[in-house]
Design a protein around this ligand. Structure first.
Ligand code: HEM
Length: 529
């Protein structure tokens, strides 16, 4: 039929034929995937149970966090499978299994393979189609973040704090107030704007942070990536390519990011070449420069390649940091008894000591943020890996086939009573060294001495007892930066305002697949102190 129509050159018919073919492909694809699930599953008995399983797989989109929680409880510490519309995940929760995932080579279990399926970079990130295997072209971004950005924190934190302060004041001034002192503000837009601005400042410099077109595209990019990736994941492969091309031509914020970053990256590449000839070139301290310098010497990266990496970094750093910070501010409003001790800590320690410690100090705030993320983690699973080859857990309790995912039950593990006493209770200072707590009510000077200095240990960025940051060699390299910037934002909220949720009983978030997302309309009432 399609061929006949092409020969008769009738465009309307051609379109109709394409649509009919697409629909047929769609149903064939669904049928193929249903039969795949049916025959690969150990519990394929009746059509009714098959239908139930597929209904639950689709319900995962809306009830993912609840479904994982139900299966986690039933599994009683053992690995369990969860079906999603387009795939199947094996979810583990023992630390022994977590270590096995971490030890598996990248060609067997791939973080990048899972991230690629999750974010569909070919259509969401300016046609940047990642390799399945992480590190195939080096891992310069990891060094950039873990080493360079982290050690640069004492230099950049004061600028971030000043900018956040101004942004908060501007938002406050822009809202109407009855008594000149109190306003009602939508929290999430305020938080994402602050985090995006801080990230632009820290990663690329002030020029980018002040570029309104770049910043708007940077924030739109987060929602557009989530939206396009979701649509493409649910479509059969045959449709995802044309639909992806169509969507990325309409929702093109990544293109704005690309076009703004490219000339600067190109300039840096030119300088790199001039430096090789012995010419004097300017010095730069930002993620563009560090990524370029950390790329393999034998195969230096092009300007385009550097920019692709930075666009991926932008998504990873803005989305999860702003949602996590937003939930921590909800918790400050829900547990007002913590506000005074936190203020006391910040005011007695001072921002100077915080800056010198590279954002590690403020142990009370550190603990509060950890408790908030433990009880309201944005992601229910962590340590996602896609199997590129079959992978068996050593005790035979689970196997994943190529294309399937294995991950950890992050949320469930954070509620494990053998690790966290009374896990359902919000105890904001649960992770504070008892010595620091003792000093809290008495001597603020001693508290401030304990809080400053380089040797301060932070529990929030620790990876030993929880899964917020993932696992081992792949654990989030941006966590020191994320913790420092979140502390700065929360610290400013606490010291500038008395605050509460405007409607404490309103639903604050919704669930999609494995993550929860704060409602952008949730309001806070802020009163200037
Ligand atoms: C609260 C904020 C954040 C959370 C909860 C978080 C969490 C995570 C998790 C769970 C992973 C995967 C680790 C694994 O699978 O083992 C990850 C990876 C990563 N994160 Fe973060 N992250 C946050 C903020 C950031 C920020 C601000 C940056 C950049 C400055 C960043 C950069 C990255 C990168 C580049 C990776 C990939 C690491 C790799 O390929 O080895 N993250 N993050």
């Amino acid at each position: 039929m399609l061929l006949t129509t092409i020969y008769s050159s009738n465009l309307g018919n051609l379109l109709l034929s394409c649509i009919s073919l697409a629909v047929i492909f769609f149903f064939l694809n669904r049928l193929a995937s249903i039969s795949k699930w049916f025959f690969s599953s150990p519990w394929h008995q009746s059509p009714l149970s098959l239908l139930k399983r597929r209904a639950r797989a689709w319900a995962f989109l809306f009830r993912g966090t609840a479904i994982i929680e139900e299966e986690y409880t039933k599994a009683d510490g053992n690995p369990f499978f969860v079906e999603v519309p387009e795939n199947r995940y094996l979810i583990v929760s023992s630390w022994k299994h977590v270590k096995e995932i971490d030890s598996a080579p990248e060609h067997v279990l791939s973080l990048q393979g899972a991230a690629k399926e999750l974010l569909q970079p070919k259509h969401t990130m300016s046609k940047f189609n990642w390799m399945d295997k992480r590190g195939a072209e080096g891992v310069p971004l990891i060094r950039t973040l873990r080493v360079m950005l982290t050690s640069h924190l004492p230099e950049v934190l004061p600028d971030i704090r000043r900018s956040l302060n101004v942004l908060m004041d501007d938002t406050f001034e822009s809202l109407s107030t009855k008594d000149g002192k109190t306003v009602t503000a939508k929290l999430y837009p305020m938080v994402i704007k602050g985090i995006a601005y801080s990230n632009a400042l820290a990663f690329f410099g002030e020029e980018f942070a002040k570029n309104e077109k770049f910043m708007k595209a940077g924030m739109d990019f987060i929602e557009q990536t989530l939206l396009i990736a979701e649509i493409l994941r649910l479509l059969p492969k045959t449709l995802s390519e044309p639909v992806g091309r169509f969507l990325s031509s309409k929702l093109n914020s990544s293109q704005v990011l690309f076009e703004t970053l490219l000339p600067v990256a190109q300039q840096r590449v030119d300088e790199r070449e001039r430096a090789k000839l012995g010419q004097k070139v300017p010095q730069h301290k930002d993620c563009i420069q560090w990524t370029m310098e950390s790329a393999p010497k034998a195969t230096p990266w092009s300007a385009e390649r550097i920019v692709y990496e930075l666009i991926a970094l932008w998504f990873g750093s803005v989305h999860i940091t702003s949602t996590t910070a937003c939930f921590a501010i909800h918790d400050l409003c829900l547990h007002l008894e913590y506000i005074e001790p936190l203020r006391k800590e910040i005011e007695s320690t001072g921002w100077e000591a915080f800056t010198q410690s590279g954002g590690k100090s403020f142990p009370l705030l550190d603990s509060f943020m950890k408790e908030s993320a433990r009880l309201t983690p944005v992601e229910s699973v962590s340590t996602r890996r896609m199997a590129l080859e079959p992978f068996h857990l050593s005790d035979g309790s689970g196997i994943v086939q190529p294309g399937e995912w294995i991950c950890t039950a992050a949320r469930g593990m954070m509620m494990d009573s053998s690790v966290f006493a009374n896990p359902n209770e919000f105890q904001g200072f649960r992770f504070v060294d008892p010595l620091v707590l003792e000093k809290l009510d008495s001597n603020t000077d001693t508290l401030s001495q304990q809080n400053g200095g380089d040797s301060v240990k932070t529990n929030f960025t620790d990876i030993a007892d929880w899964q917020l940051w993932g696992t081992g060699r792949c654990a989030c390299p941006g966590r020191y930066y994320a913790a420092a910037v979140m502390k700065t934002m929360l610290g400013l909220f606490v010291t500038k305002y008395d605050m509460k949720l405007t409607d404490p009983d309103a639903v604050r978030y919704f669930s999609w697949r494995t993550f929860i997302y704060p409602f952008p309309g949730t309001k806070v009432t802020l009163s200037r102190r």
